[in-house]
Design a protein around this ligand. Structure first.
Ligand SMILES: Cc1ncc(COP(=O)(O)O)c(C=O)c1O
Length: 372
């Protein structure tokens, strides 16, 4: 069975984490200690930002970023094909989400879609942009410039984009803050965990405060200055993060090699997929293949399963404007045409850093069976 999840830890690394876990437990320093500091410093250095703040989830990182922008009662544009968490974080920070469509070539909005959305709602104060599957849209630098010139903040949801890079700039360092996820299925994991990246000293301080019940200027004081939460990362997760980060580029390279193994077949047979050839490096969290036959995504999953291949979750099979929980958000269906058309018609083969060349051959054979 070829599965879409793979925990990329060698036996030695597991032993190292076990031994470090014992050390951490004996020390009694379970949170906000040296491993968290090291992980933050090394992550910031890797992304190229001044600061990185370790958290319990990416959802918390997103909410903190939106709180720091002061969005209560204000509109924030966000693509409808994203995880629930992106939209929920806007709402929890007091904002009003305005759904954007996607460019079917990349499953991410483009400059035209962004401008259309902003022109239609002239009171949008910010944008939440999700690098779906790790793909940084070829027009993203123009998007950054457009937002800057128009005084609109731009937050990057990098839950899929660890190590993604275009023109020497990494996802999470293009604009006004990035949010990463270390959920077990992600490109790198800390079991549960998140990281906020920023170049703003004030926002990094606010994030450190909010994660620790709103305590400013020192992690264990008695005064609560901000309306914070308990969103800390623990020391064992931080240590695991250090190990995962040290091999992130290698894990991404292995994902890319698996994708490269599929491309000749897809190109030869004219099967449509989201290309990442314009990027220096793509995390390849999800490799998106579009199909034209009438099968539902669920039926596709069943067909591949007969070949012992478990397809990964889509991005996203049900866009957020159709999710039951978001039905009170107003939207115009005509504006979200691409999302409605392509979300239910794509598959993500099980590509991980553990995918072997035999797996690639088996996935290719299954694609021939079911997509051609
Ligand atoms: C695009 C996106 N944003 C945010 C999240 C939330 O991440 P976490 O589970 O770390 O809060 C996810 C999780 O899958 C995601 O895919």
């Amino acid at each position: 069975m070829i599965k879409p999840f793979y925990l990329d830890l060698s036996e030695n690394e597991i032993l190292e984490i076990q031994s470090k876990t014992g050390e951490i437990l004996h020390s009694g320093n379970l949170i906000l200690g040296q491993h968290t500091k090291d992980f933050e410093n090394q992550f910031a250095e890797y992304i190229g930002t001044k600061y990185a703040v370790a958290l319990n989830t990416c959802t918390s990182a997103l909410e903190i970023l939106f709180v720091s922008k002061g969005i209560v009662g204000k509109k924030v544009a966000v693509q409808t094909n994203t995880n629930f968490a992106t939209v929920a974080a806007i709402i929890r920070a007091g904002g009003i989400p305005v759904f954007m469509d996607m460019d079917p070539n990349y499953f991410v909005p483009n400059l035209e879609i962004l401008k259309y959305t902003i022109d239609k709602h002239d009171d949008i104060v910010g944008v939440a942009w999700v690098h779906i599957g790790g793909i940084i849209h070829p027009e993203f630098s123009a998007v950054v410039e457009y937002c800057r010139l128009n005084g609109i903040f731009l937050i990057e949801d990098c839950a899929h984009a660890h190590g993604s890079q275009v023109d020497g700039v990494k996802a999470g360092n293009f604009a006004d803050g990035g949010a990463f996820s270390f959920f077990p299925t992600k490109v790198m994991t800390t079991m549960e965990g998140g990281m906020l990246t920023t170049n703003s000293t004030e926002e990094a301080e606010l994030a450190r405060s909010i994660r620790n019940q709103g305590k400013r200027g020192g992690d264990f004081g008695g005064l609560h200055t901000d309306l914070g939460n308990s969103w800390r990362m623990n020391e064992i997760s931080a240590y695991m993060g250090l190990i995962q980060l040290s091999k992130l580029d290698d894990m991404v390279m292995r994902r890319q090699a698996a994708v490269d193994g599929l491309l000749p077949l897809l190109n030869l047979r004219g099967i449509d997929y989201c290309s990442t050839s314009h990027m220096d490096q793509c995390a390849q969290y999800k490799f998106i293949i579009k199909y034209k036959n009438n099968e539902s995504v669920e039926a596709m999953k069943d067909l591949f399963k007969m070949d012992e291949i478990i397809l990964g979750g889509g991005v996203y099979e049900v866009p957020c404007h159709l999710q039951p929980v978001f039905q009170s958000i107003k939207f115009d269906r005509n504006d979200l045409r691409n999302s409605e058309k392509f979300c239910p018609k794509h598959i993500c083969p099980p590509i991980t850093s553990g995918t072997t060349s035999d797996d690639v051959s088996a996935i290719s054979a299954s694609i021939i069976n079911h997509l051609i």
